[in-house]
Ligand binder design. Structure first.
Ligand SMILES: Nc1ncnc2c1ncn2[C@@H]1O[C@H](COP(=O)(O)OP(=O)(O)OP(=O)(O)O)[C@@H](O)[C@H]1O
Ligand SMILES: [Mg+2]
Length: 346
């Protein structure tokens, strides 16, 4: 038998897409109120009035991105006059990259080699006489939020929605921009156990063949997910257990598959699932050189294939400290001046 031989055709997973984190289902239960609030903030733009700017916040994996994307999709189906723009700031370090992302969405080509201001000018021109909703997701990953000032002036009628799982981000915004934005706060509260179970059941219907998993197993997975707080954990357990069962040639997910996947998940730290590749690399570099100064950890990170500049690396380290993965300790002025020791937080 060859290594790629497929024993039996898989018949547990019906739609793999339903388990991707980007998937936005047609119905988003339990977020009706937040969805309505987001829509209300945008609605005035439909009547050529100004919309409201929002700061959307709450813990990881509780439907902030999904709700906003849901509203933008609905908006797109309702009108051509209000242009929805969604930018995930995770890997966009400077305003040049943000503007280029927006320009691409608007179908503006030839931005390479142009200045940020030039690209912004093209965006302004493209949006002339239109209204726009700008969503900046994971806004806390951006070093400098001053670009928001320019965004506010792109069109007369626009609104800006910022999303973050870190409430303290708001404290870091320049007071001038804050006062200009007049942000209204929209909090997403964690889901209850019943809500998580409801969400997982719905997703199972979309992703798995009917009868492929026993409702008691979904309850068990909902319990684990509720403890972690992040819906992605549950989606991931179901997906992995389904793949494992298929791999073993079963046509239903059994308790042993779920137990095995849950065991792996519970060995991870709470938010580790939502970290990106560089953050994982940084954590593994710190694991290797726990307590070393940041320059040494950076070298270890680079030797593992990390590509961030030292400046960005430090920004990521600060973020990992905020998320509770790392502990930082400033050392007294040594031979080379002050430096920081980095420890894993147990
Ligand atoms: N009410 C819901 N109904 C269906 N699926 C949901 C619901 N809430 C969250 N999800 C799903 O859970 C996953 C995580 O949700 P989402 O990406 O919106 O989290 P988030 O709050 O933006 O988290 P983060 O702060 O980490 O970005 C997504 O796959 C999303 O589709
Ligand atoms: Mg999100």
């Amino acid at each position: 038998m060859g290594i790629f031989d497929v024993g039996k055709k898989s018949d547990i997973i019906k739609n793999e897409d339903a388990f991707s984190y980007e998937f936005v289902p047609k119905v988003l239960p339990y977020r009706e109120n937040q969805i309505q609030e987001i829509a209300n903030a945008i609605k005035p733009l439909l009547y050529e009035r100004k919309g409201s700017n929002l700061f959307i916040h709450g813990a990881p994996g509780i439907g902030k991105t999904a709700s906003v994307k849901w509203v933008l999709r609905e908006l797109e189906e309702t009108t051509d006059e209000v242009v929805p723009i969604y930018v995930n700031c995770w890997n966009l370090k400077t305003k040049y990259f943000i503007y280029t992302d927006i320009a691409n969405q608007l179908g503006i080509s030839f931005t390479a080699g142009k200045s940020a201001e030039h690209v912004l000018h093209q965006i302004k021109y493209k949006l002339k006489n239109k209204s726009a909703v700008f969503v900046f997701d994971e806004i806390d990953k951006i070093e400098n939020s001053n670009f928001l000032y320019q965004i506010l002036n792109v069109t007369q009628k626009s609104c800006v929605h910022l999303i973050s799982n870190n409430y303290n981000y708001i404290l870091r915004i320049d007071p001038r921009i804050k006062s200009r934005l007049q942000l209204r706060s929209l909090e997403f509260k964690p889901y209850s156990l019943e809500e998580i179970e409801g969400i997982l059941k719905e997703r199972v219907k979309l992703g798995l063949r009917a009868g492929a998993i026993n409702p008691l197993l979904i309850k068990l997975i909902a319990n684990v997910t509720h403890k972690k707080g992040d819906v992605r954990v549950g989606l991931n357990i179901i997906h992995e257990a389904a793949k494992l069962a298929e791999y073993e040639g079963e046509n239903r997910i059994k308790k042993e598959h779920v137990d095995k996947v849950i065991k792996e998940v519970s060995e991870k730290k709470p938010e580790e699932d939502s970290l990106n590749k560089d953050e994982h690399l940084i954590l593994s570099a710190v694991k290797k050189k726990n307590g070393a100064i940041s320059g040494e950890i950076y070298k270890e990170y680079v030797s593992k294939g990390g590509k961030l500049s030292y400046k960005s690396f430090k920004r990521y380290v600060n973020n990992l400290e905020r998320l509770g993965f790392l502990k930082l300790e400033k050392t007294g002025g040594g031979f080379k001046g002050k430096s920081t020791r980095i420890y894993l937080k147990s």
